[in-house]
Design a protein around this ligand. Structure first.
Ligand code: GLU
Ligand code: ZN
Length: 307
């Protein structure tokens, strides 16, 4: 088994990040597999090297160790997305050769107006620019983004927590952006190339990414990779139901540590709040690996009130 934790270094890690990192770590350690740390810093504006440094320190402090990563290397490196642009460019070439890549000149206003809000977090593109002729494209003055054209196909997968899904690509995501007009590679492209090229067999991440799974599976298959098995885990929320990850000044691990909490306190609390252990007490990391039962994981959002 090869699992991964793929944080974006856009701030100090908070309890929500630790929740998914802890479970990814737990899944791999329980199975005796290999855990990869990958730094997802394609967003060059928001990502900062000091946050990469800080998140590795915080994960070390928590005792969530990894077997391959930017600091220790490994056979599937580099483990930092900004050092993997050649791979993303090659994937775009593959899509282009297959006739699946096309420029989209739509304005943000148009996309919002026509996009069906069906898929929840993201809207579904109506394919407007797919039909443009070469002559029409030549007349455009705006710098385009690049979309991949999805076929009418149903992607079936079984999530480790949420069970079976049958997603119709044209309805769940539509033609999606793989390179933005500002030249940034899109998350969907980078994550699919990396999970594929790093031979990841098990992805565990927050439930907010469940709606991206079908398109990632399709993209990986199209690029010749074997898709992993997915496990999405419920999000942590505060007492009024707001996602911890959405809070600008969410509870960072550093602030909890400054308040005198130990790594075991934090991980034991999360394991208890998620239903993985029956008793609220302090467990050592080894005990957590032995005792946490994934089958008991809650599926509804998890209210965190330790703070
Ligand atoms: N980099 C993403 C994040 O920090 C996670 C991507 C993934 O797990 O697929 O939200
Ligand atoms: Zn368009």
């Amino acid at each position: 088994m090869r699992g991964r934790f793929a944080p974006s270094p856009t701030g100090y890690i908070h309890l929500g990040n630790v929740w998914s990192a802890f479970l990814a770590w737990l899944q791999v350690r329980q199975a005796g597999g290999t855990l990869v740390l990958r730094i997802e810093d394609i967003d060059e504006q928001r990502s900062k090297p000091i946050f990469t440094q800080a998140l590795m320190e915080d994960l070390h402090w928590l005792g969530l160790d990894w077997d391959e990563g930017p600091d220790i290397g490994g056979p599937y490196g580099p483990y930092i997305q900004q050092e993997r642009y050649d791979r993303y460019a090659a994937a775009l070439d593959t899509l282009k050769t297959a006739g699946l890549l096309y420029p989209c000149y739509c304005s943000r206003a148009r996309l919002q107006a026509v996009g069906a809000p069906h898929a929840g977090e993201h809207t579904v593109y109506d394919g407007h620019c797919y039909g443009l002729s070469e002559a029409q494209r030549k007349q455009m003055t705006k710098k385009p983004s690049w979309r991949v054209h999805v076929p009418e196909r149903t992607i079936s997968f079984t999530d480790g927590v949420y069970g079976p899904f049958h997603e119709d690509l044209t309805r769940c995501c539509g033609d999606f952006v793989v390179r933005r007009a500002d030249d940034m590679y899109a998350y969907q492209l980078a994550v699919s190339v990396d999970d594929g090229a790093m031979a990841i067999t098990h992805v565990l991440r927050g439930e907010d990414l469940l709606s991206s799974t079908a398109q990632q599976i399709w993209l990986m298959e199209t690029l010749g990779y074997t898709p992993p098995v997915y496990t999405h885990v419920p999000m942590l929320v505060d007492e009024v139901g707001n996602r911890l990850s959405k809070r600008q000044h969410g509870i960072t691990i550093r602030s909890l540590r400054d308040r005198g909490l130990t790594a075991e306190d934090i991980l034991s609390y999360l394991a208890y709040a998620g239903g993985l252990v029956p008793e609220r007490r302090r467990y050592s990391r080894d005990e957590l690996v032995r005792r946490c039962d994934f089958h008991k994981l809650r599926t509804e959002p998890i209210v965190v009130n330790m703070l």
